[in-house]
Ligand binder design. Structure first.
Ligand SMILES: NC(=O)c1ccc[n+]([C@@H]2O[C@H](COP(=O)([O-])OP(=O)(O)OC[C@H]3O[C@@H](n4cnc5c(N)ncnc54)[C@H](OP(=O)(O)O)[C@@H]3O)[C@@H](O)[C@H]2O)c1
Length: 268
C-alpha cells in the first residue's frame, strides 16, 4: 500500500508526511518539484512532479492506494481522473464546501468516483503571520473590523487529521468542517501575539485602503482581495468551535495562545 502526499513540501503537505510517520505508516511517497531540495525524511520516497504538470502524475500515481490532495483547483478534474485511472481508492482533499472558493476541489473529487474524505478548515492560525511585517516595523496591526471573529485552526492540526484519515477507512465519505478550539476576535489574536512577544501590540482601526497598504509588503496583490473578501466574511460571524480535531486525532486542538508562543520568533 502506497500513500501519495502531494504538495509535500507545502505548509500542510510537509506536516502530513510527519504525522503519517508518527503514526507508524510505511510506503509514503511524496510528490515534489525538486526531490533533491525537498529534504524529506529518508523513509519517504520522494518523486518528482507537480499537480499542475499532469504528465508528471501517471508514474507518481503507480501503485498508490490513497492520497492527500493539496488544493490546485485549476487542474483538479484532470488530477482526480488520473488518480482513478491509476487505481487510487481514497482521496483526502484539502478543500471547501461546494459553494466556497475551494469548492471546485471537493466537487471534482466526489465526481471522480474515488472514495473521499473532505477537509474543510476555516481560518488558519498561520494567516496571522501576514501581520508580522507591520508588527516588526510599527508595533501595531492595522485592520478595519476589530470585533470580527473567526475560529482559527493550526495547519498542524489539519495535517494531523489528514494523516489519521489516510490511515483509517472509517473516515471515507465524511466532510469535516474543521475548526480551532475557540472563537477569537481580531483584537484577541493581536493580544495573544503581544503576550507571546512580551510587549503590547496596538490594534489600530484603519480604513480598508490603509489596511491594504499595511498588508501589501507581505501579501502583494492578494492584500486587496483579502481585505475585501476575507475580512468582510469574518464580519458575518465565526463558526462555533467543534471537537473534530480531538475526536479524529486523539489530541486536543491547538489553542492560539500556544501557537503564538511557538511562532513568536516569526513576529519578532
Ligand atoms: N479553508 C481554507 O482556508 C482553505 C481550504 C483549502 C485550501 N486552502 C489553501 O491551501 C493552502 C495550504 O496549503 P499549503 O500552504 O500547504 O500549500 P499547498 O498549496 O498545499 O502546496 C504548495 C506546494 O506545492 C508545490 N509547488 C510546486 N510548484 C509550485 C508552484 N509553482 N507554486 C506553488 N507551489 C508549488 C510546492 O511543493 P514542492 O516544492 O514540494 O513541489 C509547494 O510547497 C493555503 O495557503 C490556503 O490558501 C485554504
Amino acid at each position: 500500500m502506497t500513500i501519495l502526499v502531494t504538495g509535500a513540501t507545502g505548509n500542510i503537505g510537509r506536516k502530513v508526511v510527519d504525522h503519517l510517520l508518527a503514526r507508524g505508516a510505511s510506503g509514503i511517497r511524496a510528490l515534489t518539484v525538486d526531490p533533491a531540495k525537498a529534504a524529506l525524511p529518508s523513509e519517504v520516497e520522494a518523486v518528482k512532479g507537480y499537480l499542475r504538470k499532469l504528465d508528471t502524475l501517471p508514474s507518481a500515481l503507480e501503485g498508490v492506494s490513497s492520497m492527500y490532495l493539496a488544493p490546485t483547483p485549476d487542474t483538479v478534474e484532470e488530477v482526480v481522473a488520473l488518480a482513478r485511472k491509476a487505481g487510487v481508492e481514497h482521496i483526502v482533499d484539502l478543500s471547501g464546501e461546494p459553494e466556497s472558493w475551494w469548492g471546485t476541489c471537493s466537487t471534482a473529487v466526489e465526481r471522480s468516483g474515488v472514495d473521499w474524505t473532505h477537509l474543510w478548515p476555516g481560518d488558519f492560525m498561520e494567516n496571522s503571520l501576514m501581520w508580522a511585517d507591520q508588527i516588526r516595523r510599527t508595533g501595531t496591526v492595522r485592520e478595519p473590523y476589530p470585533g470580527s471573529a473567526s475560529t482559527p485552526i493550526a495547519m498542524d492540526d489539519i495535517a494531523a487529521v489528514a494523516a489519521a484519515a489516510l490511515l483509517d477507512d472509517t473516515h471515507r465519505g465524511e466532510a469535516y468542517l474543521l475548526t480551532g478550539p475557540e472563537i477569537l476576535t481580531r483584537t484577541d489574536l493581536v493580544a495573544h501575539i503581544g503576550a507571546a512577544l512580551g510587549r503590547e501590540i496596538e490594534f489600530v482601526r484603519s480604513t480598508p485602503d490603509e489596511t491594504v497598504r499595511a498588508l501589501t509588503p507581505t501579501m502583494g496583490d492578494n492584500a486587496r482581495w483579502y481585505v475585501e473578501n476575507v475580512l468582510t466574511y469574518f464580519e458575518a460571524g465565526a463558526p462555533a468551535p467543534n471537537t473534530l480535531v480531538e475526536g479524529i486525532t486523539g489530541r486536543p486542538a491547538t489553542r492560539f495562545a500556544d501557537w503564538a508562543r511557538a511562532h513568536a520568533h516569526e513576529f519578532a
